[in-house]
Design a protein around this ligand. Structure first.
Ligand SMILES: *Cc1c(COP(=O)(O)O)cnc(C)c1O
Length: 366
């Protein structure tokens, strides 16, 4: 049987049917109905965050979060290229310029030693990524932002449910975006949210996702449409009930990989941190020496196992950014080195531990 890199978490079929039955009674399918309201309330509690604004997907959550700060056009946003297309696109689609900071070689999050040299009088914000659920050096980012009067918006797409020193990851920076895409640890089929402390900004974001319409007779912003519908919210309500079990299962998979691969020559494994409650979203491995990444990728594929070259290519080497003066992988050598050597191995709650053993055997025999 083929093993994919991930597999969406789903509640029992009957449980979802029970949840959406209400929609056949109400005929209310979208526009902030009771499922939307319930999920929003549950997520505020679960994420221990004062304001949660739901969106139809994580990308539009991020795009709108950036827009809500009303940065001057042409402003510069310091970010990393070792991420999914969405992070950089969200900056550019807001008329802002991404300035690419390198990542650190330990957990691939923004290298806080290299942020300050990129700050200019046009810099408006820092947009770091908790990549693979690795929580950035949030203290250092906060310190730099405060000293330079910058906003901090986290791409927390990978970090749902995590805690750092007991604090919910939702509460770092001025805003954090989560993705609830089918492939993420917690999903609403497609979906996302912005977590924010400022109640006024949450109201703004709620208006922005619904055309800027505050009430039937008042349109206050030139907003788009990015509402989460009731079927998405219902999926979220069901999946949230099972989230803790999901994470426990993912953790078992993570540990099995570690047991199998620890001490293997020419690969380096994720480094778990004692003060982080992880969601075990990804299992990224860096291949060096005799273990050429592309050869490992192909060998696994020949065995029906799909790994992903996350995150290769870097966003600063995308064709669409070729003419940007800030682009180019040579400006971020640590990110480039790891983009050429990384594979994320299959990781999902129901991945059989025997299959983990098999995947590791194939790699170790290479
Ligand atoms: C998934 C993802 C997004 C976008 O989320 P969608 O819900 O797919 O729109 C943004 N940033 C990162 C790092 C992601 O992995």
């Amino acid at each position: 049987m083929a093993i994919n890199v991930t597999r969406s978490s789903m509640p029992p079929f009957e449980e979802y049917c029970e949840e959406i039955k209400k929609l056949w009674d109400s005929h209310w399918l979208t526009n902030m109905g009771t499922e939307h309201e319930t999920l929003e309330r549950q997520l505020k509690e679960f994420l221990d965050c004062p304001e949660v604004v739901l969106f139809t997907n994580g990308h539009l959550a991020l795009e709108n979060a950036i827009a809500a700060f009303e940065f001057p056009r042409g402003g510069e946003v310091i970010t990393t290229p070792f991420t999914f297309a969405s992070t950089t696109h969200a900056i550019v689609r807001n008329g802002l310029t991404p300035v690419f900071c390198d990542v650190n070689p330990f957990d691939f999050t923004i290298d806080v030693e290299k942020i300050e040299e990129l700050i200019t009088d046009r810099t408006v914000a820092i947009l770091p990524v908790h990549v693979y659920g690795n929580i950035c050096n949030v203290e250092a980012v906060k310190d730099i932002a405060e000293r330079h009067g910058l906003r901090v918006i986290y791409d927390a797409a990978h970090a749902f449910g995590e805690k750092y020193d007991g604090e919910s990851v939702a509460n770092f920076g001025d805003a954090s975006m989560f993705s609830f895409h089918a492939t993420k640890a917690f999903n609403t089929i497609e979906g996302g949210a912005v977590c924010i402390k400022d109640a006024m900004m949450a109201e703004t974001l709620n208006d922005m996702k619904n055309f800027g319409i505050r009430n039937p007779e008042s349109c206050v912003f030139v907003g788009g449409n990015a509402k989460m519908n009731e079927f998405q919210a219902a999926m979220g309500i069901c999946n949230l009930r099972h989230f803790d079990e999901e994470i426990a299962k993912r953790r078992a998979v993570f540990e099995r990989y570690m047991e199998n691969l620890l001490g293997t020559d020419d690969l380096s494994l994720p480094i778990p941190r004692v003060n982080v409650e992880s969601n075990y979203s990804y299992f990224p491995v860096i291949f060096t020496g005799h273990l050429d990444r592309d050869r490992v990728f192909l060998t696994l594929r020949e065995n029906g196992i799909v790994a992903r070259k996350y995150f290769y290519p870097l966003t600063n080497e995308y064709e669409c950014y070729r003419d940007y003066p800030t682009a180019g992988r040579d400006k971020t050598p640590v990110a480039a080195y790891h983009a050429d050597r990384v594979l994320t191995l299959p990781m999902y709650a129901d991945l059989a531990l025997d299959d983990v053993d098999r995947i590791c055997e194939i790699i170790k025999e290479m």
